[in-house]
Design a protein around this ligand. Sequence first.
Ligand SMILES: O=C(O)CCC(=O)C(=O)O
Length: 309
Amino acid sequence: MLVLESLGAGTYASCVGTDAGGGGNLPSRVPPVIEVDGEIPFGILDSAVVQSFQSKRSMQMHYQQYRKKFERDGFVVVPQFLTEDEFAELTVNLDRYIRTVVPTLSDADAFYQDKSRPETLKQLQRMGIDPFFAAYSNHPRWQAMAEALLGERAEGQDPEWFNKPPAMEHPTPPHQDNYYFKLNPPNVLTAWLALDQVDQQNGCLRYVVGSHKRGLRSHDVTSVLGFSQGITDYGPVDESREVVATLQPRDLVVHHGETIHRADRNTSVSRNRRAFAVVYRGISCQLDEEAQRRYLERARQQQASMELE
Ligand SMILES: O=C(O)CCC(=O)C(=O)O
């Protein structure tokens, strides 16, 4: 999700890969991490990416099949969204970014649960400072999927990375992304790609079915870094409508900007719950600058109160 919710940085060695990456419990189809030592393995925009499709147009037609469910429920799962090669390219670059770029970042761009423990890295924002990730949202497959679901041309934002490190108190509060984005009309989606197996034990996303059709709910400040605003009156009726999104690595779940979602903490003892996400907004969306200014001020106050500025 979201805009400018960050803080926390420091060094990072390889929390990625400790469990899902190197712990032996990774599904076998997840490719091994390839060492590239600072070199950016580009190629994301070259023809290899589109081998299985003839053109962006045919990809759009392919992803049209998910639109009806997306519009009805406010979210949809696209199984095995990336090819194995595309997934390998992404994970290689994530590993490179975490190993070589994260240690150079300010506290505003990488969040830790406990900054003295690199393995507790839990969120990365503004990844567009890196050329690979600056270009990533133009990836033809992602772009085609977003435009097929939004029904208009769409613009991708800088990618984000989310983790729930094992056995840590890091739930995602119930929220609607457009409470942060402030877009009107809210023709915006978040595409969230599972990097690990994601299930109820390690904190999968939970969606309130159809909630994107009922407008924005009231939100207030939370104590969760990275998710400064949460729904204030989330209750049993919402919970009774929750659907869990359990995913395999390479599966994508896409949610509408006004779909209520949340996630529990990761209760597993050894498994990370990592995901890579890109927000796409339709070109019809207009930013409410005044509302966004108010929200950013509240997010800043939260960070100040957590002594993270
Ligand atoms: O990864 C998470 O737990 C939350 C992600 C989220 O809320 C989003 O991408 O909109």
